[in-house]
Design a protein around this ligand. Structure first.
Ligand code: NAD
Length: 295
C-alpha cells in the first residue's frame, strides 16, 4: 500500500520555517513583511479563503492588510487601489481574490499588480520568468506540489511525469516546474486521446482537473507517486480528482484530499511573501534565496 503524503504536517513545518525567517528579517531590518488581500463583493467561499489567508499571515508574524470593497466597485477604483499598494513600501505581496465580479476587467487588474509583489505568481511576467528559469514568483499550488514531490524523490531528474490539466494557475506552471526538475513532462487535458495509457506510463501523476475520482487505481503504474490537486465538493464530502482507495492500493505514494496539496498552498503563499520582503530588504542586509529555497 502507498505511503500517504502528509501535506498538513509538511505545511506546518514550512509555516514554522517561514515564521522563523520573518522573525530574523524583523530583527535585521526592523520591519515585518506585509501581505495585502483585496476582496471585492460578498462571495462566501472567497470570504472564507481571505479570512484563512489573513489568519495564517498573522500567525507567521507578518502584517495582513485586508481591503474589502463592495460588489459594485468599478475597474478604475480597483486599479487605483492596486497602484497604491504597489507604491506602499510596507506591502510585499498583493493578492486579488478571484473571481472578481463580471463587470470588472479582471485581466487589467491582474496586469496592474507589480510583478515583484505578485506573490500568487499569476502575472504574465512571472509566468515568463518561470518558463525561462529566471527568479520570480511561482504559483503557490504547484510550488507546494513540487515540495511534496521532492520529499518523496531524492532525484526527480529523468522521471516521467504526467500533469492532467493545463490551467494557468495549476497545470501549466506545474509542468514548467517539473521540466525545471528535469522530468520528462506530458501535459494532458480535455482533448487528450487515450489519457489512461499516458497516465499508466508515468512515474509521477499530478491531477488538476476538477472531476471527482476521475483517475482510478487501474490507471496508475505500480509504485508511482500521485499528487491530487483536485478539490471537489460532493455529497460524500471533499474528494480529489483521484479515486483515493483504488489508487492508494497501487501507488508508491499519494496525497489525500483533504490534507495533501491544500494546506501547502497557503504555506507557499507565506513563503513567497517572505521571499518578496527579503528581496526588498536593503542590499547586503539579507541574502535573498532562489525560488522555494526556504523549503
Ligand atoms: P480548471 O477548470 O481551470 O482546469 C481544469 C483542466 O482540466 C483544464 O485544463 C482541462 O483541459 C482539464 N480537463 C477537463 N476535463 C478533462 C478530462 N476529461 N480529461 C483530462 N483533462 C480534463 O481548474 P484548475 O483551476 O486548474 O483546478 C483544478 C482542480 O484543482 C479543481 O478541482 C480545483 O478546485 C483544484 N484546485 C486546488 C487547489 C489547492 O490548493 N489544492 C488550488 C487550485 C485548484
Amino acid at each position: 500500500a502507498a505511503t500517504i503524503i502528509d501535506g498538513k504536517a509538511r505545511a506546518l513545518r514550512l509555516r514554522a520555517e517561514v515564521a522563523r525567517g520573518v522573525e530574523a528579517l524583523r530583527a535585521e531590518t526592523g520591519r515585518a513583511p506585509g501581505l495585502a488581500v483585496v476582496l471585492v463583493g460578498e462571495d462566501p467561499a472567497s470570504a472564507v479563503y481571505v479570512r484563512s489567508k489573513g489568519k495564517a499571515t498573522r500567525e507567521a508574524g507578518m502584517n495582513s492588510v485586508e481591503r474589502r470593497l463592495p460588489a459594485e466597485t468599478d475597474t478604475a477604483t480597483l486599479l487605483a487601489l492596486v497602484a497604491a499598494l504597489n507604491a506602499d513600501p510596507a506591502i510585499d505581496g498583493i493578492l486579488v481574490q478571484l473571481p472578481l465580479p463580471a463587470h470588472v476587467d479582471a485581466a487589467a487588474v491582474l496586469l496592474a499588480i507589480d510583478p515583484d509583489k505578485d506573490v500568487d505568481g499569476f502575472h504574465p511576467v512571472n509566468a515568463g520568468r518561470l518558463a525561462t528559469g529566471m527568479p520570480g514568483f511561482v504559483p503557490c499550488t504547484p510550488l507546494g506540489c513540487v515540495m511534496l514531490l521532492r520529499d518523496v524523490h531524492a532525484h526527480l531528474a529523468g522521471l516521467d511525469a504526467v500533469v492532467v490539466g493545463r490551467s494557468n494557475i495549476v497545470g501549466k506552471p506545474m509542468a514548467q516546474l517539473l521540466l525545471a526538475e528535469s522530468c520528462t513532462v506530458t501535459v494532458a487535458h480535455s482533448r487528450t486521446r487515450d489519457l489512461f495509457a499516458r497516465v499508466r506510463e508515468a512515474d509521477i501523476v499530478v491531477a488538476a482537473v476538477g472531476i471527482p475520482g476521475m483517475i482510478r487505481g487501474d490507471w496508475i503504474k505500480p509504485g508511482a507517486t500521485v499528487i491530487d490537486v483536485g478539490i471537489n465538493r460532493t455529497d460524500s464530502g471533499l474528494v480529489g480528482d483521484v479515486d483515493f482507495a483504488s489508487a492508494a492500493a497501487v501507488a508508491g505514494a499519494i496525497t489525500p484530499v483533504p490534507g495533501g496539496v491544500g494546506p501547502m498552498t497557503i504555506a507557499c503563499l507565506l513563503s513567497n511573501t517572505l521571499d518578496s520582503a527579503r528581496r526588498r530588504a536593503p542590499v547586503g542586509l539579507i541574502a535573498a534565496g532562489p525560488i522555494g529555497a526556504s523549503a
